[in-house]
Each structure stands twice: as structure tokens, then as C-alpha cells.
Design a protein around this ligand. Structure first.
Ligand code: GDP
Length: 368
């Protein structure tokens, strides 16, 4: 048996099997004297952090001792999948450390969005998870929007302390950190990685100044994300890349919308004809039909007219599960975690929303 090797950058146990997990080194690089994992290698040589993933349980175990540190925790969430990107159990390890929420991908929200309202809403969602947040920033890591402001405010808040950046997979954590790195060091090769003291493995440190660092942690796999059900090709289709264009459908009761074959929304009862506004990737096809035909349509056309799911995704496609919502005086959003949402107008309306088993469907006050 070979002896277990550890990355000299982040302390993760070295492995050659899985690129997506901490400590990965290609076989061919195993004989190096100063052995560092691929993620630390990229940081050292290209000033760039790379995604690595980890299951939530292992992660929470590792983070156990953040609560003993004097640090600031930055939690990044995806504005297009807020409930799918909160970390269950986060409160336990944050301790008394201040927590800052960064809502990423603000570029996807329609221009008409009231961003102050979104910030307030994010604070409230955080509260539902037991988190009192110090500040909320809305940014776009790809466009750079809001990052200057976030980084200035963060510097003030941390007062020389370390910053731990945490987030679920796909929220844009790497893109965000890379933007910060670029901003602070530009093209200069001043980044070094150093072994993270303590027992927590797989964190990488990026020096911010003489005494403090930004610490990149592995992305947490949240099983509720619809992303885990989709093939890579389908995932590209359902993930919006640009500002989402609201699409309005005038519907009576007895009518149904299909978003691809992933979501079905029946207007089961409504006291009038109303406009329902859909916020999904612009590339997704939304199909309108009569509710009485919906079952048959789904059975005969799933994977074709009702796609995604495409053939590849269909191999492990769960049955759709129904959830019923009643809307009265207030405009509400029915949100399908990771996909988007439909705004239901105020009225006397009952909606049956179907999504693949395991994918969260929730109702919230409309954010737009
Ligand atoms: P990580 O897994 O959290 O490190 O996420 P990545 O940084 O790898 O980003 C995941 C996906 O989200 C990639 O396809 C990115 O291009 C995309 N992404 C990241 N930041 C943004 C953003 O600000 N806006 C948009 N529209 N997409 C983003």
C-alpha cells in the first residue's frame, strides 16, 4: 500500500480519480517533489481558482471550526435559484462571525426588477435559514457589476480578518473569486498558496494582505438542485445566460402551461382570465394546452415536443409531483428551484404545479 500523500497547498489528501473533488492530481504529475493538487496549481500558476465539489455532510464537518475563528463569512447564492443555493445547516458553523450574502447573477434579472426589494427579500430568506446577515450585495460575476462595491464594503467590514467564501456548486463562486483576484493583483504572479493550518482540508488560501487571507472552500452539492437531474447539454439549455425576458400568457382556468417537459402548471380554478408571467431561460419552449389534454400530451411527447428532458436526461427522469397553491390578494411567484418562476396575478386562483420529484417548488411574494 502506498502512503497517503497530502497537497502541500491546501492539505487535501491527494487522489487521482476525480477531477471534481479536492486533492486531484493527474497520475503523470505524482512524482513531483513539491506535490500540489490541480486546484492549488492553477491558483499558483494562473491566479485562478477552479471548482471542486463536496457533499454537504463532509463540508459541514470540515467547517466545524470556522466558528472558533475570528473571520467574516461570505455566502454566495444564485439569484436565479435562491432556495436551491442556500446551504442547509450553515448557521451551525458560522458561530458569531458576521455573514455577508452575495446574490450573484443579477444580470439575469429583467431590467425592471426593483433591486432593493430583492435585497430585502434575500435578507428574509436568510432569516428563514436562521441567518442574520450583516449586508447583502447583488453582483454579476461574469459582467463585473457590483463587485467593486462589494469588495470595498467587505474590506471595511472585515477589518483585517480572514474571509471564508462559501457556496453551493454552480452559484458562480469561482467566477466571483477570480474577479476579486484579478481586481486585487491583476496579472502579477503574487499569489501563493500555503498549507491551511488546522484539520480542515481542501480549503485554499489567497493572501489579501500581510496578515489575512481569502479562503476558497469547495462548492457544496445541494441535492435539491435540478442541475443534478440534467445532462450537460440540457443543463446548458435551462441555465439562462442573458437577461431573462418575461413571457406573458393570458389564461383561463382549465388551461395548462408546460415548460419543456420539466414543469407543468395547471390553472385549476380562476375567477377570471389573467396574465401569467413566466421567467425562464429564453431558450426554453413554453407550451400552452388544455388541462384535459395535458396528461396525454406528456405521455406521448415527453422528450420530443416537451423537451428538455432530452433522451439522455430521460434515462433517470423522476415522475412529476404535484403541489397545489392558492393565491388571493397578492401577486405571488411559484418558483421551481433552479429553473425559474411564474408570477401569479392577484385574484382568486388555484394552481397545480408539477415538477420532477426532489425538485423544490415554493411560493413567495412576487419579487418583480
Ligand atoms: P461555482 O461552481 O460556484 O464555482 O460556479 P462557477 O463560477 O463555475 O459558475 C457556474 C456557472 O454560472 C458558469 O456557467 C458561469 O458562467 C455562470 N455564472 C457565474 N457567474 C455568473 C453571473 O454573474 N451571471 C451569469 N449569467 N452567469 C454566471
Amino acid at each position: 500500500m502506498n502512503e497517503q500523500l497530502y497537497c502541500q497547498g491546501c492539505g487535501a489528501p491527494i487522489q487521482t480519480e476525480n477531477k471534481q473533488e479536492p486533492g486531484y492530481v493527474p497520475e503523470s504529475a505524482l512524482n513531483q517533489e513539491q506535490l500540489i493538487c490541480q486546484r492549488c496549481f492553477r491558483l499558483k500558476n494562473y491566479n485562478e481558482v477552479q471548482d471542486v465539489n463536496m457533499h454537504a455532510d463532509d463540508f459541514l464537518q470540515m467547517l466545524h471550526d470556522i466558528s472558533d475563528q475570528d473571520a467574516v463569512v461570505v455566502n454566495i447564492v444564485d439569484l436565479f435559484d435562491v432556495h436551491g443555493s442556500f446551504i442547509p445547516g450553515l448557521k451551525r458553523f458560522v458561530g458569531n462571525n458576521p455573514i455577508v450574502l452575495v446574490g450573484n447573477k443579477v444580470d439575469l434579472l429583467p431590467k425592471s426588477t426593483n433591486l432593493n426589494k430583492v435585497k430585502l427579500w434575500l435578507r428574509n430568506v436568510a432569516k428563514e435559514y436562521g441567518l442574520i446577515v450583516e449586508d447583502v450585495f447583488l453582483v454579476s460575476s461574469v459582467k463585473g457589476t457590483g463587485i467593486d462595491e462589494a469588495s470595498v464594503q467587505l474590506d471595511q467590514l472585515r477589518q483585517g480578518k480572514d474571509v471564508y467564501v462559501v457556496g453551493c456548486t454552480n452559484v458562480g463562486k469561482s467566477t466571483f473569486i477570480n474577479h476579486l483576484i484579478h481586481q486585487s493583483v491583476g496579472e502579477k504572479d503574487v499569489i501563493t498558496t500555503s498549507y491551511f493550518p488546522g484539520t480542515t482540508l481542501g480549503f485554499i488560501e489567497i493572501p489579501l494582505d500581510e496578515q489575512s487571507s481569502l479562503i476558497d472552500t469547495p462548492g457544496i452539492i445541494n441535492e435539491h438542485q435540478i442541475a443534478h437531474l440534467m445532462s450537460a447539454k440540457d443543463l446548458k439549455l435551462i441555465t439562462p445566460k442573458k437577461e431573462v425576458k418575461p413571457r406573458v400568457f393570458q389564461l383561463n382556468d382549465g388551461q395548462t402551461l408546460f415548460v419543456g417537459g420539466m414543469v407543468r402548471v395547471d390553472i385549476s380554478e380562476a375567477d377570471d382570465k389573467y396574465g401569467y408571467i413566466c421567467y425562464f431561460s429564453n431558450r426554453l419552449f413554453i407550451h400552452r394546452t388544455k388541462t384535459e389534454k395535458a396528461e396525454e400530451l406528456y405521455e406521448n411527447h415527453l422528450g420530443e415536443m416537451l423537451s428538455p428532458p432530452s433522451e439522455e436526461t430521460l434515462e433517470n427522469w423522476p415522475a412529476l409531483k404535484r403541489k397545489t397553491f392558492h393565491v388571493h390578494e397578492k401577486k405571488m411567484d411559484v418558483v421551481i428551484s433552479g429553473l425559474g418562476w411564474i408570477t401569479i396575478p392577484p385574484g382568486k386562483i388555484t394552481i397545480d404545479a408539477y415538477a420532477p420529484e426532489g425538485v423544490n417548488v415554493i411560493i413567495r411574494e412576487a419579487i418583480i
